[in-house]
Design a protein around this ligand. Structure first.
Ligand code: GLU
Length: 512
C-alpha cells in the first residue's frame, strides 16, 4: 500500500441514487472505490444523490444501507445532496455570472431535463436573450430553467483521458445546452454531482461506464466553475449471458445484493466475486481475502469489455417478483429458504463461496450457520453446531445448504426414504436385516467414539463374512436416511447412542 502525504491521498466517492434496491453493479462500484481508497490510504465518501425528489424512496435508501452493512464495508465521510442545495445553486449562480449559462423561460422546457436526440439549441431565442431582458424576467418571478451555454463559436472538442477507457473526445456540436437547474430550482444530476465533487475535493471519479458520455458535460461544468478536474475511471458494464445490460426490470432479483445475502453467500465471498467482474488481478489469483484485494487493487487492471454475470436467465425472469412486490425489509434472515435455485447464481460466485466457507475456522463458520439453522425452525445449541460443522463444510456451497446437508442432525424423525436403500451392494433384504440387528446389539454397548465405532463395525463385518462397505451402508442409510451423507463414524458420534439405536430400530421395522 502506498503511503502518500495527506495532500496527495485520493478522495473518492460512491454516489448512489436512492431510486431502487442496491444493484450488484452499484455494489461493485462501491467496492472498487473502497479498494482504491484503502489501497492508497485515501478517503472513502458515501454521497447519497437524492436530488431527484420524485423518484427517491425510503425503502431504496434503506436497501442501500442494508446491503452495505451486510458487506461490512465502511466509509469515512457521508453526505446527502439534498442537504447541499445551496452549494449547487451557488455554483450555478457563478456559472451564470460568467455568462457561461443562460436562463431558459420557455414553459415547454420547464421542469424537464435534456431529451436525448434533441438538438443542442432548444430555443435560440432564449440563448440569445439580452442580459437585461433575462434579469428583468427573472426579477418579475417568471420561472426558468438554467442551461449551460455550450460553446458554439468554433467546432471545439472536449477531451479527457479515462483511467480505464483511455483517450476520449467529443465535439461540442454534439452536446446540447443541458440544464443545470430545473425550473423548480432543483439542480440536475450534472450540476449537483460536479458541485459536490469539486467541494468535496474528489480526486478520482470511479463509476459505471454508463456515465462515460456524461463526463464531457461534467468537464464543461468543472471548467466553467474554475474547479480542477478529477481523474475519471469508468467501470465496464455488467451484462447478462445474452449480452443485455444487467437490469432489475429485466433480470429480477439476481441483480439485487440482498438476494445473495438471503441465499447464503458470505459477504467476503460476494465481494471477492464482484471484484473479479471487470478486474483481473496481476497475480492471476481468484480467491482472495479482503486484505489481499486491498493490496492487489489498481485501476490499471480494470478491463474495458463488458463483463458477463452468468446465470440461467429464464429461471430468474420467471421467478422475478414484480417491482411492486419488492420490499427490502421482507427477508431478514441470512440463508433462510429462498425461492432461488442454484442456477440463479454465477458458477464462479458459488465456487468462490464454497472456497471461502472452507477457509473459515470451524467456530466462525459454525457461528454463521447457526442463525440459518435456527431461522429454519430447528433448535440446535452452539456446541452441537460446532461438532456438526466440520462434517458438512466440504459439502456446502451456500450457507443455506446446511439445511439439506445436516438435516439429519436437526430432526428427531428422518423424512421417509426407500427401504431398498438399506440393502447393501451384492446383498439382499435378509443381509440388510442381519447387519442392522448386529449393529443394534453392538452399538447398545460400544463407546460412541470414532475409534470404537470404527473397530466395532469392522469386526462385525468380519464376523458376518462381508465387506466393511456392506456393513456400513445399511447403518448409514438407517441413521441418515440416504447414502450420500457425512462421514459415518463422526455422524454417529454426534447423533449419540439413543438416536442411532432408535433409527436402526425403525429401519429394521421397515425391512420386516
Ligand atoms: N447517482 C449516480 C448514479 O447512481 C452517480 C453517478 C456518479 O457516480 O457520478 O448513477
Amino acid at each position: 500500500m502506498t503511503n502518500l502525504p495527506a495532500e496527495f491521498r485520493p478522495r473518492v466517492r460512491f454516489a448512489p441514487s436512492p431510486t431502487g434496491f442496491l444493484h450488484v453493479g452499484s455494489a461493485r462500484t462501491f467496492i472498487f472505490n473502497w479498494l482504491f481508497a484503502r489501497h492508497n490510504n485515501g478517503t472513502m465518501i458515501l454521497r447519497i444523490d437524492d436530488t431527484d425528489v420524485e423518484r427517491n424512496t425510503d425503502a431504496s435508501l434503506a436497501s442501500i444501507f442494508e446491503g452495505l452493512q451486510w458487506l461490512n464495508l465502511n466509509w469515512d465521510e457521508q453526505y446527502k445532496q439534498s442537504e447541499r442545495l445551496n452549494l449547487h445553486r451557488q455554483m450555478a449562480e457563478a456559472i451564470l455570472k460568467k455568462g457561461l449559462a443562460y436562463r431558459d423561460f420557455t414553459p415547454a422546457h420547464a421542469g424537464d431535463t435534456e431529451r436525448s436526440g434533441a438538438t443542442w439549441l432548444f430555443d435560440p431565442g432564449m440563448r440569445d436573450l439580452s442580459q437585461a431582458e433575462s434579469d428583468r424576467r427573472a426579477a418579475a418571478g417568471e420561472p426558468f430553467a438554467l442551461r449551460f451555454r455550450v460553446p458554439r463559436e468554433s467546432d471545439r472538442e472536449i477531451r479527457f483521458t479515462d483511467a480505464v477507457y483511455g483517450d476520449q473526445a467529443k465535439s461540442t456540436a454534439d452536446i446540447e445546452d443541458f440544464a443545470l437547474l430545473r425550473s423548480d430550482g432543483m439542480p440536475t444530476y450534472h450540476l449537483a454531482s460536479c458541485a459536490d465533487d469539486a467541494d468535496l475535493r474528489i480526486t478520482h471519479v470511479i463509476r459505471g461506464q454508463d456515465h462515460l458520455s456524461n463526463t464531457f458535460k461534467h468537464i464543461l461544468i468543472f471548467d466553467a466553475a474554475g474547479a480542477p478536474l478529477p481523474q475519471f475511471a469508468h467501470l465496464p458494464l455488467l451484462v447478462a449471458p445474452d449480452g443485455t445490460k444487467l437490469s432489475k426490470r429485466r433480470h429480477g432479483p439476481v441483480v439485487s445484493v440482498t438476494t445473495y445475502r438471503d441465499a447464503g453467500f458470505l459477504p467476503e465471498a460476494f465481494i471477492n466475486f464482484l471484484c473479479l467482474l471487470g478486474w483481473s488481478p496481476k497475480n492471476d489469483r481468484e480467491q482472495m481475502t479482503r486484505q489481499e484485494l486491498v493490496e492487489a487493487f489498481s485501476l490499471e487492471a480494470i478491463n474495458r469489455s463488458n463483463t458477463v454475470v452468468n446465470f440461467k436467465e429464464k429461471e430468474s425472469v420467471e421467478r422475478a417478483p414484480s417491482p411492486a412486490a419488492f420490499d427490502s425489509q421482507a427477508v431478514e434472515t441470512p440463508g433462510a429458504a429462498t425461492p432461488y435455485p442454484e442456477e440463479t447464481f454465477d458458477p464462479k460466485a458459488l465456487w468462490l463461496n464454497a472456497e471461502h466457507i472452507r477457509a473459515l475456522p470451524i467456530d466462525a463458520l459454525s457461528a454463521r450457520l447457526l442463525p440459518v439453522v435456527r431461522a429454519a425452525g430447528y433448535h440446535v445449541d452452539p456446541n452441537k453446531m460446532q461438532r456438526i460443522t466440520p462434517l458438512i463444510r466440504e459439502r456446502i456451497k451456500l450457507l443455506r445448504d446446511v439445511l439439506t446437508a445436516a438435516d439429519l442432525f436437526f430432526v428427531d424423525e428422518l423424512p421417509p426414504y426407500d427401504p431398498a436403500e438399506l440393502i447393501p451392494q451384492k446383498g439382499d433384504a435378509t443381509l440388510a436385516l442381519k447387519v442392522l440387528n448386529r449393529a443394534r446389539d453392538l452399538l447398545a454397548h460400544t463407546e460412541f467414539t470414532h475409534h470404537a465405532l470404527d473397530s466395532t463395525l469392522r469386526a462385525a463385518a468380519q464376523e458376518l463374512a462381508i465387506k466393511p462397505g456392506q456393513m456400513f451402508q445399511p447403518v448409514r442409510v438407517a441413521v441418515c436416511g440416504r447414502k450420500n451423507a457425512p462421514p459415518l463414524f463422526e455422524t454417529l458420534e454426534v447423533l449419540g447412542r439413543e438416536r442411532t439405536l432408535a433409527r436402526i430400530e425403525k429401519a429394521i421395522l421397515k425391512l420386516q
